[in-house]
Design a protein. Structure first.
Length: 105
């Protein structure tokens, strides 16, 4: 690639956000996921204490991890670990969701 092509590609990639703003955006998404994880665990422990089914909360957690792993695999396809995580997570999510529906019926 020529220098001009690289510069043009970089300008197009950074048109909406510069590198600093992109880092802040990524960090905020990560912090938001930690917040959601904490709240889900609070609900999970509360439901366990009240003898209610917890598989709905577990399906939410595994669905989140599945989507994250699948996204990473799509971006970095040579890392098969992410694909394996996505497949296992999808199976777990379906299993937890099914167990919850069967338990509620």
């Amino acid at each position: 690639m020529k220098k001009e092509e690289i510069l043009m590609k970089s300008r197009l990639e950074n048109e909406n956000m510069d590198e600093r703003e992109r880092k802040i955006d990524d960090d905020s998404a990560y912090q938001g996921m930690i917040g959601i994880l904490v709240v889900v665990f609070i609900y999970l422990f509360f439901k366990m204490f009240m003898n209610q089914p917890v598989t709905d909360m577990l399906s939410i957690l595994t669905a989140n991890l599945t989507v994250i792993s699948f996204y990473k695999y799509k971006r970095i396809p040579n890392k098969k670990f992410f694909l394996i995580n996505a497949i296992v997570g999808a199976v777990a999510t379906i299993g937890f969701a099914t167990a919850y529906v069967i338990g509620v019926i």
